[in-house]
Design a binder for this molecule. Structure first.
Ligand code: KG4
Ligand code: ZN
Length: 359
């Protein structure tokens, strides 16, 4: 396989609570076209539990994945026999779900006699901006989802440097936990953002953990505890109390993310003086308008560029997996059927390199 040929890729994503499949075409010039992108969220299955239940997630993937793949093929108008390769998330994530997607991909690859590409879910997020916006390497990625919060320098396909991450909760998880203690339902991010609109962000001065330190790490658990203690102190909460707590929490995390991103861009400019500084945001929290507005200000001040892919491609989906698979395949990468599913798989490991030997 060379970089010149146009390729059709099926991408499968099952690492959390979205069962997703997509067909993407990567053309001769390396541009991507999404022909279908089918996502079935399991929100209803998990709603009663206030979070994702791994066993239920795996079962739902088993039940739905075949249908979702068939739908992706139908909507693209491309038969599975006509795809050039099968890509699937092989980690990191909830292992039961990853196994369902990866095993399905192996079965398809074997029966259709197509190459298999095992994709790191985080690489899917990291490369999406190249599919949607044709972003050139290098760039800085801020991944903020329910499971991850990290800054990653993206130098190339398979070539990542992790500059910082969370030492406790992910940012989306912090939104979800705050929503839960305010009885706002799950997922919490959109609910917190909505109710915060009628709240006073200055009423409570919640802590900004680690903010004075230079490291590019996050910590949200102390903030979450401060929110809980405040809510307990005021109980029973009026609607205005809930709105004020939500707004004050959102103000705290916005300041944290803005400050960290400013520092991360400074580092980018210092370490890569010849590159155009670019910040790419991925993950569900990218939907937050207040955080997005703060980031826009930060990049403007830094003389940098901000890229936020459409939100449906920031959250978990099959197109990002298909695209990451296509990028790897274009560089000659394919994986054997013995490739394993991994619950943990950081981006900055040598085995992410396109020419790494992994089993
Ligand atoms: O990327 P994603 O769909 O799933 C993974 O975690 O992989 O991200 C979901 C997370 C949830 O924690 C959700 O509460 C958060 O993104 N989220 C938001 C918003 N929309 C979704 N957080 C803050 N503000 C939002 N508008
Ligand atoms: Zn994700």
């Amino acid at each position: 396989m060379t970089g010149q040929a146009s390729t059709i890729i099926l991408g499968i994503e099952t690492s959390c609570d979205e069962t997703a499949a997509s067909i993407v075409i990567r053309d001769e010039e390396g541009r991507g076209v999404i022909r279908s992108n089918v996502v079935r969220s399991q929100l209803d299955e998990h709603a009663a539990f206030g979070g994702v239940v791994p066993e239920l997630a795996a079962r739902a993937h088993v039940e739905w994945l075949d249908h979702i793949i068939a739908q992706a093929s139908r909507e693209a108008g491309i038969a599975l026999e006509d795809v050039d390769a099968i890509a699937a998330t092989a980690g990191p994530g909830l292992i039961g779900g990853v196994l369902v997607g990866l095993t399905t991909a192996k079965a398809l690859a074997a029966s259709l006699d197509k190459p298999l590409v095992a994709v790191n879910h985080l690489e899917g997020h990291a490369l999406t901006a190249r599919l949607t916006d044709g972003v050139q390497f290098p760039y800085l990625m801020l991944l903020v989802s329910g499971g991850h919060s990290q800054y990653v320098l993206v130098r190339g396909v398979g070539d990542y440097e992790r500059w910082g991450g969370t030492i406790d909760d992910a940012l989306g998880e912090a939104f979800d936990k705050v929503a839960k203690l305010l009885s706002l339902g799950h997922p919490g991010g959109p609910a917190v953002e909505q109710i915060a609109k009628s709240g006073d962000p200055k009423r409570f001065k919640f802590p900004r953990p680690l903010l004075r330190e230079q490291r590019l790490d996050f910590s949200f658990s102390g903030l979450k505890t401060a929110v809980r203690l405040q809510a307990e102190a005021l109980a029973p909460l009026s609607d205005q109390d809930v709105a004020d707590i939500a707004a004050s929490f959102q103000a705290a995390v916005t300041e944290i993310v803005a400050t960290r991103s400013r520092q991360a861009l400074e580092r980018f400019k210092a370490e890569l003086p010849d590159a155009q500084p670019q910040l790419v945001v991925a993950g569900g929290v990218a939907a937050n308008q207040q955080i997005a507005a703060a980031l826009l200000k930060v990049v403007a001040e830094a003389g940098a560029k901000l890229v936020v892919p459409p939100i449906a491609l920031c959250t978990d989906n099959g197109a990002m997996v298909a695209w990451a698979g296509a990028e790897r395949l274009a560089l000659g990468r394919r994986d054997g059927l013995e490739v394993v599913a991994r619950p943990r798989w950081p981006l900055d490991t040598p085995d992410m390199k396109v020419d790494a030997d992994v089993a």
